[in-house]
Design a protein around this ligand. Structure first.
Ligand code: IPM
Ligand code: MG
Length: 383
């Protein structure tokens, strides 16, 4: 029965609790101070394979990182720390999204390089990705996409802690009716907008495009758009424009205009969807890396998931490591090893050329992940 008064009363009470919780969070956000780096004299990189194809693509990431950071790893200026327990088996066993031992390990690191995590659909176990982004308040999810021959050079700035994700498991479901919640805060929007405009400014970009659906989702997207315009006022040299997410998804594959977009900023779920589309324009989701940045800790990963279908179909060895190698490049840049990052960019440019002799398709007709890794390692020697 839909009109169950008891259920409605309980749900209203639940909604009240959530509102209070989010109002407190929003207040706290405004007060968040920038966190200092944990290890003053060295950089500790947490590393974990994750699930599914994770161990296969991470094998290549480990090789490349080991090669580019050889001297620093030997001197101790850079240290790798294996993060215990971040596997779907262990998480299910403990019934914990992020097991205690994993969190303990992460607390000792400055950054994390990770393979994809499996998120079970249904059940009660929540996404470890989303949990970690929340725990470390990694509000800026940055996802670059480049297609040189088409003049495409996009950077997606996806808000990474709010929107549909923050209360994703807290919706209300009753007989004949379910309601989810979407949260946008002033400060949450301000900080992602500022990150996007700052990036545009320091990288010589001329425009920032704000993506919402504020004609329909009036309150939350309305706020997001409004605050982006307010932040834009501090950047008079950067053009700001806006599109609704539906037409934006068309624009990205419209060859007449898509090279005109540069930096795009958007709420969480639109960013999740449009960045997969962007990666596909670049070749596939197997090609795009991602940085999750906050004011202290940072996580670097591929934009795709653990690819259970590839495992099921027995083609996991053909997974494309380009995504995680691009994440390695972003991580190296983030921790200050710009020359090593530039070197990896040059090698990947050569190795992902459409006429390159080793080509990963993600299927058995292409090169294996390891063959591509060999090719990258060999190319690195000459760039
Ligand atoms: C991503 C992924 C995650 C997300 C999943 C694995 C929870 O799709 O990083 O884009 O939805 O954010
Ligand atoms: Mg996604």
């Amino acid at each position: 029965m839909i009109m169950d008064k008891k259920w409605i009363d309980e749900s209203v009470e639940r909604f009240r609790e959530l509102l209070v919780q989010q109002a407190e969070r929003a207040e706290g956000l405004a007060a968040v101070k920038s966190q200092s780096k944990k290890n003053a004299d060295r950089v500790v990189i947490g590393i974990c394979d994750g699930d599914g194809i994770g161990s296969i693509i991470m094998r290549e990431a480990r090789r490349v990182l080991g090669y580019l950071m050889k001297a620093e790893l030997e001197s101790g200026a850079v240290m790798l720390k294996e993060i215990r327990g971040l596997t779907i088996e262990n998480r299910l066993y403990h019934g914990k999204t992020v097991p205690d031992e994993s969190l303990e390990d992460l607390m000792e690191c400055d950054v994390l390089l990770k393979g994809p995590f499996t998120t079970p659909s249904g059940g009660t176990l929540k996404s470890a990705n989303v949990a970690l982004r929340g725990i470390f308040d990694l509000y800026a999810n940055i996802r670059p996409v480049k297609v040189k021959e088409k003049g495409i050079d996009w950077t997606f700035f996806r808000e990474n802690t709010e929107g549909e994700y923050i209360l994703g498991g807290e919706g209300i479901s009753g007989e004949g009716l379910a309601v989810d919640f979407r949260v946008i805060t002033d400060e949450g929007t301000r900080r992602i907008a500022r990150a996007a405009f700052e990036y545009a400014k320091s990288n010589g970009k001329k425009s920032v495009t704000v993506v919402t659906k504020s004609n329909i989702v009036k309150k939350t997207d309305g706020k997001f758009l409004d605050i982006c315009y307010r932040v834009a006022a501090d950047y008079p040299d950067i053009r700001v424009d806006e599109y609704y997410v539906d037409i934006m998804s068309a624009n990205l594959i419209n060859p007449e205009i898509n090279a005109g977009f540069e930096v795009m900023v958007m709420p969480n779920l639109y960013g999740d969807i449009l960045s997969d589309e962007g990666a596909q324009v670049q070749g596939s989701v197997g090609t795009a890396g991602s940085a999750n940045l906050g004011d202290g800790f940072a996580i670097f990963e591929a934009i795709h998931g653990s690819a259970p279908r590839m495992i099921r179909d027995g083609i996991a060895e053909y997974a494309n490591p380009t995504s995680i190698l691009n994440a390695v490049e972003m991580m190296l840049r983030h921790i200050g090893y710009t020359a090593a990052a530039d070197r990896l960019v040059r090698a990947l440019e050569i190795c992902t050329d459409k006429d390159a002799p080793v080509f990963v398709t993600g299927k058995a007709d292409g090169a294996t992940c390891a063959q591509f890794g060999d090719y990258v390692m060999k190319t690195l020697e000459s760039v």
